[in-house]
Design a protein around this ligand. Structure first.
Ligand code: MG
Ligand code: MG
Length: 269
């Protein structure tokens, strides 16, 4: 059952989404060559607790850490470790928080120093596909419209859309119905109605869409060991339009990036 949220509940969810957005903004300043992902994990946990929230992933389905950190060919669910990041790496950081009984869930793929043009393009296109998916989250549309929009855009670049992992409803549980795949057919699936809150999260591979599971039971990587990117926002449907609860603004502020990509999704409150 899809759980519809009241405007008051959506405001609480915005608070959770903002804390996780600020956490990634704080990490943006720390992510550089030589830094270990376990260090980032510790920083994130302290930051979240300082904001009187709880790490949302720690202990969820027995996940051992605050962050999922997935470098290069890792798609998602990587476990923090003591290996230093290297110049030219990319690092997908996925983070959850729980505050006032509601979850926030947000992800960004960072560049470590200078990355190749091909990798840069993968990140740019994956992030753009997130906003293209968000545009399809409007009154009267259905789940398949988001997936169809993302898949159609990604196809024009010949990248691989990961199918085994999907976006999801978000609320008092980290994963609520409906599932939001990054592929699909127009007009199919659950109809969107006001008060729905979802996490949209394209996971896009440079080449093959196929994935492999690590023996640690968590980490997922591309089958061809080529890079993969992941961006995730939390979005509420208000007055028939998608309204962003999370933001990349804190990351952009930390990295000195100028962007107006979120403006169309912030105008309905
Ligand atoms: Mg998610
Ligand atoms: Mg996530």
């Amino acid at each position: 059952m899809v759980k519809i949220k009241s405007l008051e509940e959506i405001e609480l969810m915005r608070e959770s989404a903002q804390i996780v957005s600020k956490t990634l903004g704080m990490l943006a300043k720390e992510i550089k060559p030589g830094v270990t992902t376990i260090h980032l994990d510790q920083l994130a946990e302290s930051f979240i607790r300082d904001h009187r929230a709880e790490p949302g992933f720690l202990g969820l389905y027995d996940f051992p850490n605050t962050l999922c950190v997935s470098p290069n060919e890792q798609v998602v669910h990587g476990i923090p470790n003591d290996q230093p990041l290297l110049e030219g790496d990319i690092l997908s950081v996925d983070c959850g928080v729980l505050k006032n009984g509601f979850y926030g869930d947000h992800a960004y793929t960072f560049e470590i120093g200078e990355v190749t043009e091909a990798t840069k393009k993968l990140l740019e296109v994956t992030k753009k596909s997130l906003y293209i998916g968000m545009e399809a989250f409007s009154y009267g549309n259905r789940v398949g419209d988001i997936g169809h929009a993302i898949q159609t855009y990604i196809k024009s670049f010949d990248y691989g859309v990961v199918r085994e992992l999907v976006g999801h409803g978000l609320g008092k549980s980290m994963h609520e119905p409906p599932e939001i795949p990054n592929y699909g057919k127009r007009g199919r699936g659950k109809k969107f109605i006001n008060g729905m809150v979802i996490a949209i999260e394209p996971m896009i591979n440079l080449d093959t869409k196929n994935i492999r599971h690590f023996s640690d039971g968590w980490t997922i990587k591309t089958a061809d060991n080529l890079p993969s990117a992941h961006f995730e926002h939390n979005v509420a449907l208000i007055n028939g339009k998608p309204q962003l609860l999370s933001t990349f603004d804190y990351i952009y502020e930390a990295l000195g990036i100028k962007s107006d990509e979120e403006i169309p999704f912030k105008s309905y409150l």
